[in-house]
Ligand binder design. Structure first.
Ligand code: GAP
Length: 511
């Protein structure tokens, strides 16, 4: 656990040192849970967006994009259920004065039991070696079975209490499980209260209920209210999707853990409109499609797991999360939800406008059902950064810090480094950049020894470094160094484009 927290601290400080992420308004001591993306952060973020957009929009004939406004008519949020039901149950510890989400405290308790199960399985695997049958072991080992039953009982009670808005029941569960405050260690809790997560503000200069508007807590509603605009103007046929990347705002009670939980963040969401009755088929399709998208990044198969929701949101009939093993443990990275026809029907009801589709094959009008995929851009950023970050001990006994960012997402694709600052080497290096910069983000660096410059590029995740030396002037060849293997080979300048492209082109991820 400690090791993991150390890793998060290291990632945060590395992100700041190299210009990926800064605390927001730092000269005023920052603003809680708000961060700014620096010169390298914005490149990585843009590349993640491009990977998502290409995969979702460009690679699917039947998915189109949208960029809706952050402000929406306030009735939108009444219709979507956010005014009445977008609440988190919160609880305070009276000794530490720290505030927690009650459901998260319980989930963390469950996670500890899950870890006990995993340890038991690991022990079994060591004991039985090649004969080990994990499925059998999980089904029959008494300790595993007992812990699984414990989890099921806790989940059952939590689901029941949350679904019935039984806040006393949630409180009682925390007491019964003897959950203590991670800061003070005490079990001195307040009652559990509901807290609405939407930020509100006033439109124009008139105060009062009529002019209260909200900062959107999800981008999805901008898609729902534009469903017919897009369907009609784009002559879209069900099944089809609308994708959007944009800011969302939530007044999170507990906004901690760096960019994992922020009050202002970005979502990449896609609503896929399908025939009623076909939603489960599409739900499964999108679960596996999104899993492939994540795993194509090669951050490590074992870093992902699916988690079915215990308590379904007010709009869903099935929902799961793709969880990622962040430095803080497995946490939600993406949500996949079967939202039924809830949102469109609610908007029909509140707006008085029909939001239906005429299906020419069925010769019938209906309100489509919706499958949603929703991934946090900032969480993707943290997933990539934390999985990519490592301190390597090299064969010669020295250490290097390297960011093994998937090459297609790396802020710079290539650094071009003149061996010395004279003899025409800088000019030659700049000429090479001029030829490459249309296709690749390049960096020029002439300061310090070549070894130090390589380390700097490793630390920011640049897949290739190209060194221009005196031989370059004679035969137009350069050495190209691979970030991951650290191997250097000499190649003609004319081959540079192809060698770099073969590794960094995003199409290798999209195939
Ligand atoms: N439209 C559905 C929706 O908003 P959600 O599970 O509440 O569903 C979707 O959010 C994704 O948005 C999450 O999986 C997460 O990646 C991201 N997200 C949610 N709250 C966040 C926060 N406070 N900070 C950063 N990312 C957040």
């Amino acid at each position: 656990m400690e090791q993991r927290e150390d890793k998060l601290k290291e990632v945060i400080s590395h992100a700041k040192e190299y210009g990926f992420v800064f605390p927001s308004s730092e000269i005023y001591d920052g603003l809680a849970a708000t961060y700014d993306y620096g010169q390298l952060g914005v490149e990585l973020k843009n590349n993640i967006k491009a990977y998502w957009w290409k995969a979702m929009v460009q690679m699917h004939e039947n998915i189109v994009g949208l960029d809706a406004a952050i402000f929406m008519h306030p009735t939108t949020w009444k219709a979507s259920g956010h005014v009445d039901a977008f609440n988190d149950p919160l609880i305070d510890n009276k000794d530490s004065k720290k505030r927690y989400r009650a459901d998260v405290l319980i989930e963390e308790h469950i996670e500890k039991i899950r870890q006990k199960i995993d340890k038991e399985v690991e022990k079994g695997s060591k004991k039985f070696g090649d004969d080990f049958d994990e499925v059998q072991f999980r089904a029959n080992n008494p300790n595993v079975v007992r812990n699984k039953e414990k989890i099921a009982a806790i989940e059952g009670r939590m689901k029941d209490a949350l679904e019935h808005n039984d806040l006393e029941g949630v409180y009682q569960l925390i007491v019964d499980l003897e959950i203590s405050c991670p800061i003070s260690g005490s079990k001195n809790w307040t009652e559990v209260r509901q807290f609405n997560l939407m930020f509100s503000t006033e439109l124009g200069s008139v105060a009062g209920d009529a002019s209260t508007i909200y900062l959107r807590p999800e981008t999805a509603q901008g898609i729902f209210v534009n469903f017919l605009n897009v369907q009609k103007s784009g002559r879209m046929k069900v099944p089809f999707g609308i994708a959007q990347i944009g800011k969302a705002f939530r007044n999170e009670i507990v906004a901690r853990q760096f960019i994992f939980r922020m009050r202002e963040f970005e979502q990449m969401e896609m609503q896929f409109f399908v025939r009623p009755g076909e939603e489960m088929k599409w739900y499964e399709y999108w679960k596996s499609t999104r899993e492939k998208w994540h795993k194509a990044l090669n951050l490590g198969e074992k870093l992902y797991r699916f988690h079915d929701h215990i308590k379904l949101a007010h709009y869903a009939n099935a929902a799961c999360d793709i969880e990622f093993n962040f430095p803080m443990g497995f946490k939600e990275l993406e949500g996949i939800h079967s939202r039924t026809d809830f949102d469109l029907k609610q908007h029909e009801h509140y707006s008085g406008k029909k939001l239906q589709y005429f299906d020419p094959e069925l010769n019938q009008n209906y309100v489509p059902f919706v499958i949603e995929t929703s991934v946090g851009l900032d969480r993707m950023f943290l997933a990539v950064l934390s999985a990519a970050y490592s301190n390597e001990l090299l064969e010669d006994g020295t250490e290097r810090t390297v960011l093994s960012i998937p090459p297609a997402l790396a802020p710079y694709k290539v650094a071009v480094l003149p061996l010395t600052k004279k003899d025409g080497l800088p000019e030659k290096a700049r000429a090479i950049i001029d030829a490459l910069k249309f296709d690749f983000n390049c960096q020029y660096d002439e300061k310090d020894s070549i070894g130090k410059r390589y380390r700097r590029q490793d630390a920011i995740g640049t897949p290739f470094s190209v060194t221009v030396d005196h031989q370059t002037l004679e035969d137009n060849s350069v050495t190209i160094r691979d970030r991951d293997t650290m191997e250097q080979v000499r190649i003609p300048v004319s081959e540079l484009h192809q060698v770099i492209d073969s590794k960094v082109n995003m199409k290798h991820l999209l195939n």
